[in-house]
Design a protein. Structure first.
Length: 451
């Protein structure tokens, strides 16, 4: 029986003074020598195709734009691919077909005569009974969230645990308008483990420079909080973010771009017999502003304890969208090379917290959660439970394990929401009534609840 062991990682922080100057200092792009121009690299291998993206520091005008990939076979380094640097974001994406994923394979990325970055492409652990996933979310360097705390405890734990997959579910970057600088910082913090372990990174709202994200298939948002739906930042900025964080993922299931030419990345990745669907919670999701009755100070928050949930489940609203539901349906029926299914996404399909930000900040509905819209939520859960998949995500800042239900309690999948690496916007799971059918001796906040 295949087992999937999850190592859910969080860092506890002390609050620091928040100053824009301090954050800018953290995001200064260091001047590096020609030998240090390659900051880090991410990779995946799926169905015989290696995809690896090297992240570079800015290159001088007269520097070559060619980057090489070599592997070490029988004690000798052999070039297997070359690629050109994409200057908008300084990424170098490689693709190698017919990849033999049975042995561990040392690799090195080379630029010019001096720059070198080395790592190992891990063998597919198909012979293991247990596959280990180390999952993360919310990597803020904002001084209000703790600032530049050390990530060394995470690196050390990863080296002890030796996971088969790293999953960064969202908000690897909290620096609105400065993704590239913060992405380099992310690479300096985590590159020492990413270089040797298959890694999934998927961007969310803060990565693309906005407080929340309801993508609405790529429309332009005209509201500062984006609750009207769409993207605040220019299209080229969004593309740069997604290229940096997702170009190393397996090819998308349906590569057609959305509006304004923004790409998609929803796909699947098989490691050790576990088939992971990677979906985009926010890209197709409708924004609430103007589509549902406003019942709080913000269009996405409801503070009225007497509100009727049916008033916000408006017909025609989209969550994952038809293309991703079709993908999940077909993926759930394809068991070629798979013994188990799991879904990776930005957030969970329910409201995973009652109190936001501070004690007394109770919300009775949060449209930023994937509990809304309810009809779309139920469609997503139905596809996930059809293939007995589990769901791994982040976003809520609070670590939770839920057994979901559609028609009855516990008739769907389990979700694992990992706590933030660094984020002091606090949230609490604090239901007003004790849970039903709790196991003997368990706290009142456990048991059966409505989200």
């Amino acid at each position: 029986m295949m087992k999937l062991r999850l190592s859910l990682i969080a860092s506890l922080l002390l609050c620091a003074a928040s100053t824009l100057h301090a954050q800018r200092n953290l995001l200064d792009i260091p001047k590096v020598s020609d030998a240090e121009k390659i900051c880090f690299a991410l990779y995946t291998v799926h169905e015989g195709t290696l995809k690896l993206t090297a992240q570079l520091y800015p290159l001088d005008d007269d520097a070559t734009r060619t980057v090489r990939l070599e592997v070490k076979r029988d004690g000798k380094w052999t070039e297997v691919a070359q690629t050109k640097v994409i200057e908008d974001g300084w990424t170098a994406p490689f693709r190698v077909e017919k990849w033999d994923n049975s042995p561990d394979m040392p690799y090195r990325v080379l630029h010019g005569e001096k720059a070198k970055f080395e790592g190992t492409i891990k063998r597919d652990p198909i012979d293991q009974d247990e596959i280990v996933v180390m999952a993360f979310t919310g990597n803020s360097i904002n001084p209000a969230h703790g600032g530049d705390i050390s990530r060394q405890d995470i690196i050390d734990n990863a080296k002890r645990i030796k996971p088969d997959l790293l999953f960064f579910s969202r908000d690897q970057v909290y620096a609105h308008h400065r993704h590239y600088a913060a992405w380099l910082k992310f690479g300096r913090d985590f590159g020492d483990i990413i270089k040797d372990i298959p890694t999934v990174t998927i961007p969310d709202d803060h990565d693309v420079g906005q407080p929340n994200l309801w993508g609405e298939s790529g429309k332009k948002s005209k509201g500062g909080g984006a609750a009207d739906g769409g993207y605040i930042m220019p299209v080229d900025y969004v593309k740069q973010v997604e290229r940096a964080q997702t170009s190393h993922l397996p090819d998308p299931y349906d590569p057609r771009p959305i509006n304004r030419g923004i790409g998609v990345y929803f796909t699947d990745l098989t490691i050790g017999g576990v088939d992971f669907a990677i979906i985009e919670d926010r890209k197709f999701k409708d924004g609430p502003d103007g589509k549902i009755p406003k019942q709080g100070p913000r269009p996405d928050h409801i503070n009225d304890p007497k509100y009727d949930p049916a008033t916000v489940d408006v017909e025609g609203l989209t969550l994952l969208g038809d293309r991703q539901l079709k993908f999940l349906n077909e993926w759930g029926q394809d068991w070629d090379g798979a013994e188990m299914k799991a879904v990776l996404s930005q957030t969970i399909f329910c409201g995973g917290a009652h109190i936001h930000g501070k004690l007394g900040g109770r919300l009775h509905a949060d449209m930023d959660s994937n509990g809304w819209p309810q009809t779309g939520r139920n469609k997503a859960i139905a596809e996930i439970r059809r293939c007995f998949a589990i769901h791994i995500a982040g976003d809520q800042h609070l670590g939770t394990i839920f057994h979901h239900g559609i028609d009855e309690w516990n008739d769907a999948m389990y979700s694992f929401c990992v706590p933030s690496i660094a984020n002091l916007y606090l949230r609490w799971w604090a239901p007003l009534e004790p849970g039903k059918n709790r196991k003997e001796g368990m706290p009142e906040y456990t048991g059966e609840h409505l989200d």
